[in-house]
Design a protein around this ligand. Structure first.
Ligand SMILES: [Zn+2]
Length: 57
């Protein structure tokens, strides 16, 4: 059975801004001061992150 591997942190590949997943309000919160307010963020979990973890063996 596959397990959900939800990322709890994401980072913008353009400006370096980091977000943290907030469990209580189920939303991303800004983790750092880095980043530009008008950046069209390209999160490093987009496309490359595989949310499904296949069990080994
Ligand atoms: Zn950005």
């Amino acid at each position: 059975m596959a397990e959900l591997n939800r990322p709890d942190r994401r980072r913008c590949t353009r400006c370096g801004r980091e977000d943290e997943w907030n469990e209580s309000n189920h939303n991303w919160t800004i983790a750092g001061d880095e980043g530009r307010p008008f950046c069209l963020h390209e999160w490093n979990i987009n496309g490359t992150h595989n949310p499904i973890v296949k069990p080994e063996g």
